[in-house]
Design a binder for this molecule. Structure first.
Ligand code: GRF
Length: 303
């Protein structure tokens, strides 16, 4: 956030988890190291940093070409215009490139939604500053080991914030490394998506994140990889799969090369599934509850 945009935001304030408003706000950019002494004490007390309500603009349908596909897209947009945009909460622990891809798709209107809240497990997550720059409220959960117990947000409070304070419709885990509390999984059953950088159910589970996933894939000799988008349940990477993308692995590739290619696919498949969820274009197979996407262009087609 630039200093001008921050100071122009008259409603900037800081709340703690008991809902106390007012007081001085403080913020730390990702370029600053963790502050010590009094500044650090103040930072540790920052549980809930609300900047001001996100103002979003939607895409402009007038620019669409009038070919058949564009017409169908336009029809979907028109159907959406009658419905309110979905409020999206994104959970992050890192750079937030998937969050940015989702945001870009919200801006073009591909996703009929807006990022209304960011939840982070760490002040240092790169995506925190990005969110603050756009006046998106940021909530720290569950906070680091140095946070006193009394200063933590409980799972019930988190659930309340999402459900009642921010009226969140859709939750996205975009590189969030902590386990989601069971009550949140229940509240957002079939409304919470995670993106994983490998083809589940292989190469997933507790501890399988970041570079470890791609190293495991390369070391296994697997010839295919790609991102998986799945609904979230109470266990790491075990919810039902909604979408996958396939990348053929060249045996000469390093784990870094694989990671780079998978991330590129993630930025396409995640917004696509989020768009389907926000359009109510996911239906659930009666036999086993697997989520199936209804094609945007052809409502008779499923994938
Ligand atoms: C992605 O590879 C995602 O699959 C995994 O965490 C990474 C997050 O990357 N769950 P970013 O923070 O979105 O850039």
């Amino acid at each position: 956030m630039t200093s001008s945009s921050f100071s122009s935001c008259a409603s900037c304030f800081l709340q703690n988890h008991q809902g106390v408003g007012g007081g001085r706000y403080s913020r730390r950019t990702s370029r600053q190291s963790r502050p010590s002494s009094s500044s650090s004490r103040r930072q540790r007390r920052v549980l809930f940093l609300r900047v001001c309500a996100a103002q979003r603009t939607s895409g402009n349908d007038d620019d669409l070409d009038e070919d058949e596909d564009a017409t169908k897209t336009k029809q979907q947009h028109q159907r959406n215009e009658k419905k309110p945009k979905k409020n999206i909460a994104v959970f992050i622990s890192g750079g937030g490139s998937n969050m940015r891809a989702v945001h870009a798709a919200c801006e073009t209107g591909e996703i009929h939604g807006q990022i209304s809240l960011v939840v982070t497990s760490s002040y240092n997550a790169g995506g925190v500053e990005w969110a603050m720059d756009r006046d998106v409220p940021v909530l720290l959960y569950p906070g680091g080991k140095d946070l006193e117990e009394s200063e933590r947000i409980s799972p019930s409070e988190l659930n309340e914030f999402l459900k009642n304070e921010y009226k969140i419709d859709v939750v996205l885990l975009a590189g969030y490394l902590r386990l989601i509390p069971p009550e949140l999984c229940r509240t957002f059953e079939n409304k919470m998506l995670n993106i994983h950088p490998a083809l589940l159910p292989a190469f997933g589970g507790r501890g399988m994140h970041g570079a470890k996933v791609h190293e495991a894939v390369v070391n296994s000799g697997a010839r295919f990889t790609g991102p998986t988008v799945h609904f979230v349940n109470e266990n790491f990477d075990e919810g039902k799969i909604v979408a996958q993308r396939i990348i053929r692995i060249d045996p000469s590739w390093t784990a870094e090369e694989v990671a780079r290619r998978v991330l590129k696919e993630e930025h396409e498949v995640f917004p696509e599934v989020v768009a389907a969820l926000c359009d109510d274009r996911i239906e659930f197979r009666e036999t086993d509850g697997v989520g199936v996407i209804i094609d945007k262009m052809d409502s008779n087609k499923r994938y």
